[in-house]
Design a binder for this molecule. Structure first.
Ligand code: G6P
Length: 608
């Protein structure tokens, strides 16, 4: 979703602003813009609809050597994607870029009749509001920003510059991330630390309710109530290689293929194969309290929600006396759900910034429930606000569609479940097979990816023109089917839905015709025969079935088969999901769509 960059220092600001915005492209956007300010009081504002290359084209005629500026990639919320709605927004002598949503912008706008609004955005209202205080002569700029923010309801990460003082940038945050990069005689600003790499590894993460005045050599942070905050400089752990394509054509394929390594990172130091136990330090829950846990609430959005759902199927298999509710964050935050005593909430998020998930976390904490994060982005808001947590450590995930994070989120949650089961004294013989398979998974994932890529490429030719698909599975293969369908929807724009096999007769069977294909996950196990009966029902109605299976002697007369030869049993659905990921990828290539930045979507959804 929207991205912010800013620069003040000794170099040409435009260079960093453009390279920084390019790093944030993966988050999803539909227009972009930058402004730089010269010592002579001149501003250079350039904005363009569409991709950053359009902005670069325009910049060819607007090059400056200005040493301060701000930039933005916009993901439309209020007003269509267009040049006039793109940020930065101007009000008087100042310019503003904004991530988030100003909820009371209509009321505020009524009071700002002096300003001639040029856009339909809520963000321009904030620019005008700041300017209304600034024009009163209440210099410095930060004072005007603070006065305006005190009137604002909603979420924001902002950066503001003024022609009156082209040596500083004022930034503030509430609910939308902002990082300040500390360099040599230069200070950089970004909504995501990855934009800073190559310039500095020293970062200050702003907290909600803080505002900072940034110059080339100083960072002065205060709360909105004018209390001084001492800046904590942290090291950015990611490196440049991790955010580059590494020889792959798309980030998505790179991220699918690196799962053997990313899962290895998730497991590092956490699995004791000899004893058949797992050890997670992060949640920090004493053993006596682990023993008392009776209920888990798992909260997430999109892929993170599916990961939670799949993990719940596993955890309830080996942890007696525990109930698990996996919920969609955007719903749960407004439900009046009863959370029983001795509950723990798992907050699942790759980015650690998803607005609805964060809101749930805060709501749940208010009720006194212990929260545990299952997060990837280190230092993200969710990671900082949970009571304890387990980082999945898959490295940056750049492609909008989440792949490697899913696999590791599932396993991290299963390991948390195992930690509870170990504390509750569940028999070793029940838990050990899970631990053994978890340890084997990275290698088996590697083999399965190798084995299935060609098979997937071959069958995609047959299905590239389809616009409808149904994903089917039972038990642990059902949430896996949901995730497979989501991948195909997100990037190949195929109207794909998922059903539990048992639900077929209750509606979806009516859909079966030549416009649909059925992606059937058929893993060995006690429910295999029942799933086969369901497949027969589809076949009898002329279905176009793609079966993904680990059954050696698979003899159903389906249209296409992709075999998985691994002897993994419990986590077979995770291997099947690799096939779904590859299928979505190659379908998207065949259809000619943008793999890494699908239309209308954002990597990190920081607005409600
Ligand atoms: C967006 C992304 C999805 C992701 C979801 C939750 O919709 O496009 O890939 O699953 O947000 O994101 P999170 O960062 O909280 O896991």
């Amino acid at each position: 979703m929207c991205g912010i960059v800013g620069y003040v220092g000794k170099e040409k600001a435009q260079d960093f602003l453009i390279s920084g915005l390019k790093r944030l492209e993966y988050r999803g956007y539909d227009s972009a813009g930058i402004v730089t300010l010269g010592e002579d009081g001149k501003d250079t504002l350039v904005r363009a609809k569409g991709k950053i290359v359009n902005l670069e084209d325009k910049l060819k005629h607007n090059k400056t050597a200005d040493r301060v500026g701000i930039g933005h990639t916009r993901w439309a919320t209020h007003g269509e994607p267009s040049e006039k709605n793109a940020h930065p927004h101007r009000a008087g002598d100042l310019f503003l870029v904004h991530n988030g949503i100003i909820e009371n912008y209509k009321e505020l706008k009524k009071e700002l009749s002096d300003h001639k609004f040029e856009s339909e955005t809520d963000s321009e209202v904030l620019a005008a509001l700041i300017n209304s205080f600034y024009e009163d002569g209440k210099y410095p700029l930060v004072n005007a920003v603070v006065q305006a923010l005190k009137l604002v309801k909603g979420t924001y990460g902002i950066a503001v510059v003024s022609k009156k003082n082209p040596n500083e940038v004022v930034v503030a945050r509430s609910g939308s991330p902002l990082v300040i990069g500390v360099g040599h005689d230069e200070t950089l600003i970004a909504s995501d630390a990855s934009a800073l790499l190559g310039h500095t590894k020293q970062a200050i993460y702003l907290n909600d309710g803080e505002v900072a005045t940034v110059t080339a050599n100083s960072v002065d942070i205060k709360t909105l109530n004018a209390e001084p905050v001492s800046a904590k400089v942290e090291k950015i752990e990611t490196n440049l290689a991790a955010i580059q394509k590494g020889g792959y054509e798309h980030f998505l394929l790179k991220e699918i293929m690196e799962q053997p390594d990313s899962l290895t990172e998730t497991l590092r130091g956490r699995v004791n194969l000899e004893e058949g136990i797992v050890h997670l330090g992060g949640p920090g829950i004493p053993e006596a309290e682990l023993r008392k846990i009776k209920h888990l609430v798992i909260v997430g959005c999109g892929t993170a929600y599916h990961a939670g759902l799949l993990a719940s199927y596993y955890i309830e298999k080996f942890t007696p006396g525990i109930t698990i509710e996996t919920v969609i964050a955007s719903e749960y935050r407004y439900r009046q759900a009863y959370v029983p005593e001795d509950s723990v909430a798992l907050i699942v998020s790759q980015s650690g910034e998803t607005a609805d998930t964060l809101a749930c976390l805060r709501e749940i904490k208010k009720r006194g429930v212990r929260t545990v994060g299952i997060v990837n982005a280190i230092g993200s808001t969710i990671a900082r606000e949970v009571d304890g947590g387990t980082y999945v450590h898959v490295g940056p995930e750049i492609s909008v569609a989440s792949t490697k994070a899913f696999t590791s989120q599932v396993i991290a949650m299963v390991m948390f479940g195992l930690t509870i089961a170990q504390a509750k004294g569940v028999k070793h013989s029940i838990l050990k097979p899970y631990v053994t398979e978890i340890a084997r998974l990275p290698e088996e994932i590697g083999k399965t990816l190798k084995e299935s890529e060609k098979a997937v490429k071959d069958i995609v030719k047959k299905y590239a023109d389809y616009e409808h698909g149904i994903y089917l599975g039972r038990d642990t293969a059902y949430p896996t089917a949901m995730e497979g369908a989501l991948k195909l929807k997100e990037i190949a724009y195929v109207d794909a839905n998922a059903y539990a096999f048992g639900e077929l007769k209750h509606g979806p069977l009516a859909l079966i015709d030549d416009r649909f294909f059925e992606f059937a996950l058929l893993n060995k196990g006690e429910l295999y025969d029942k799933a086969v009966s369901n497949v027969q029902e589809v076949l009898a109605r002329g279905g176009h079935i793609i079966a993904v299976t680990n059954v050696e002697k698979f003899d159903l007369a389906v249209e296409s088969v992709i075999k998985i030869s691994s002897d993994i049993e419990l986590f077979m659905p995770l291997l099947m999901n690799l096939v779904s990921q590859l299928f979505a990828y190659y379908m998207t290539i065949a259809k000619g769509y943008d793999v890494d930045q699908p239309r209308n979507l954002a990597k990190s959804v920081t607005v409600e």
